[in-house]
Design a protein around this ligand. Structure first.
Ligand code: MEV
Length: 403
């Protein structure tokens, strides 16, 4: 039997025979995970934190955010609370569809105008074939074609309805490619696959009185930081990493594909020729204005979303029946919240003050000590601003010697 054909228990046994001990896992979880991926042998767990009051388009949301990084959930809550105090975020999502590509080899005899005339028929036939998607409001919307030497490029825009749509898009594209193979002058298919090129854009905005961030001076420092991110890729990529802290966290919580969004955001940030910040902040009169536009190809159904219990729990937090459009608005708003909190910290105390306090909790969790000793060590670490594992050990030793 091939390794991939073994049960997960047998794969775990094999690892044991190699001298590798794995942690306990319950059978039900192991078998559920085995349905999601290949060669499954275990699980990885991450904390789900809560963003308590994210106001978007006049609604308050509870938002689950998954991350292993200390400070990210705190930052999202900080930003969300500043937004809530100033009327919340306004957001709009354009669920315009996801792209697919079909590239075909053509012969001399190929006449592009003949195919162009036939495209409406091809779209209609495809939508008939994928009637269940059309019933849910989706389907092929548009096809653009371009000839380049011996190759024909088709760019297909597919509305995936409430799903992210990767699987469905690929089936549609392969169907279209096989239909196209019958057209005169088309030799063969080179490939047919979805493109992660930015689409499904979501924009959000917030307007805060400068007093909320500590006054006009801090607000103008935030604006300057933001301006630097428009020209300096070293700052832009870090700014965007802070945004992705929030975006990826909610994508993970909602069972969405973080890699697809990350890849599209990289292209989107470079769309003007140089890599730039995805967000921008400026001072206008007495207000600080922030905005963010991001490509969010996501879904609330499909893929593994419906079958994963950990993900379904997060939909109960978000609110049952949430649409992909609303989820995209929420995710962009969390990205902007994380961004504001980071810029505010950098423009004032610096990022390390808050970060290290939270980091200290990890250090304390790993300390072999009684609960009271842990509390005392944490108090000393915070008081003396010393947060490393070595510092914690040193304080513990000191406390024990004093006793
Ligand atoms: C850390 O995970 C994210 C930040 O570096 C973002 C930023 O600098 O804007 C704090």
């Amino acid at each position: 039997m091939k390794f991939y054909e073994l049960t997960p228990e047998k794969r775990r046994l094999w690892l044991k025979q190699q001298g590798i001990e794995l942690d306990e896992i319950d059978q039900q979880t192991l078998h559920a995970l085995n349905q999601l991926s290949e060669n499954v042998v275990g699980q990885l767990s991450l904390p789900v934190g809560l963003v308590k009051n994210l106001r978007v388009n006049d609604h308050s949301y509870l938002v689950p955010l998954v991350t292993e990084e200390p400070s990210v959930v705190a930052a999202a809550n900080h930003g969300a609370s500043l937004f809530a105090q100033s009327g919340g975020v306004t957001a709009r999502s354009f669920r315009n569809g996801i792209y697919g590509q079909i590239v075909l080899e053509i012969s001399e005899a190929f006449v592009i105008d003949n195919l162009k005339k036939n495209l409406p028929n091809l779209i209609a036939k495809t939508n008939k074939q994928f009637a269940s998607l059309v019933k849910h409001g989706g389907g092929v919307k548009e096809v653009k074609i371009k000839r380049q030497n011996t190759l024909l490029y088709l760019r297909v825009l597919i509305n995936p309805a409430e799903a992210m749509g990767a699987n469905r898009a690929n089936s549609i594209l392969e169907y279209m490619a096989s239909e196209l193979a019958n057209y005169s002058g088309i030799k063969k298919k080179l490939f047919a696959i979805l493109s992660n090129y930015p689409s499904q854009l979501t924009s959000c905005k917030a307007k805060l009185h400068v007093s909320l961030v500590g006054g006009a001076e801090v607000a103008s420092r935030i604006a300057l930081l933001s301006q630097i991110g428009q020209t300096d890729p070293y700052r832009a990529v870090t700014n965007n990493k802070g945004i992705m802290n929030g975006i990826d966290g909610v994508l993970l919580a909602s069972g969405n594909d973080t890699r697809a969004v990350e890849a599209a955001c990289g292209v989107w940030a470079s769309r003007q020729g140089t890599y730039r910040s995805l967000s921008s902040w400026q001072v206008e009169g007495e207000n600080l204005l922030g905005q963010l536009t991001v490509p969010l190809a996501l879904g609330t159904v499909g893929g593994s979303i419906n079958s994963r219990k950990d993900v379904q729990q997060n939909y109960r937090i978000l609110g049952q029946g949430i649409t992909s459009q609303v989820l995209a608005n929420i995710i962009a708003a969390v990205g902007l919240a994380n961004n504001l909190a980071a810029l505010l910290a950098i423009a004032t105390t610096g990022i390390q003050a808050g970060h290290m306090k939270l980091q200290a909790r990890n250090v304390i969790a790993n300390l072999v000590a009684s609960p009271q000793e842990k509390r005392d060590v944490l108090a000393l670490m915070t008081k003396q601003h010393l947060y490393s594992q070595t510092d914690a050990q040193k304080f513990l030793k000191q406390l024990r010697e004093e006793k």
